[in-house]
Design a binder for this molecule. Sequence first.
Ligand code: ADP
Ligand code: MG
Length: 230
Amino acid sequence: MSKTILSLEQLSKSYQMGEDEQTVLKSINLEIKKGEFLSVLGPSGSGKSTLMNIIGMLDEPTSGRYFLSGSLVDHLGEKELAAIRNKEIGFIFQQFQLLQKWTALQNTELPLIYSGLPAKERRSRAEAMLSRVGLGEKMHNRPNQLSGGQQQRVAIARALVTQPSILLADEPTGALDQKTGQQIMKLFRELHEEGKTIVMITHDLDVAKNGSRIIRILDGELGEVNHLDS
Ligand code: ADP
Ligand code: MG
């Protein structure tokens, strides 16, 4: 039996829009095991990014409970929250979100600056991670000297360099052509085989199928997918 790394219990999220309240996540329950590659599949507007932001501790639920590595994530101050987020979560986004003025290596080193590691150690970890994602030759390039797929590889290296418990990816292939997207998914499958826990959000069934488990989100409610109708 694999260890549970993350669980959400009766978790809801509402947004206040003037007089109206919109409930975007409706009392969801979710358990994620260590080493799982979970795909969360749903159409635009179904609540995927809201779920990702809550799991990534960038946003708070309106009600319900969130446990990460056995601890309740609640009533934490900004500082404590940032420390947990830094240690436990690696983020990847559709638009890469790299710093344009910095090289691939500097971008990858960035999360380690908060770790207190000596500069030499930071650099060698960042170099090793860039080599791992296939960018060893391009570490001194800036984002505008890299293709979309290469920029996403830098973002993956940056997300993993702190050795987080979970890699969270929101539409990681959304800005890439199909072939490049498939190469990035190959890298995700390899990382999964190496034991990484991955939560990937997508609206694309073919992308979702790279995961070891798929759940659907529709209008703020989760459902398991047993047979894929494609
Ligand atoms: P998805 O990522 O699946 O496209 P989102 O989680 O981004 O969906 O959005 C789900 C719903 O929540 C949408 O109707 C969106 O308009 C609404 N929403 C998202 N963020 C906010 C916000 N900060 N304030 C108000 N409404 C929001
Ligand atoms: Mg989204």
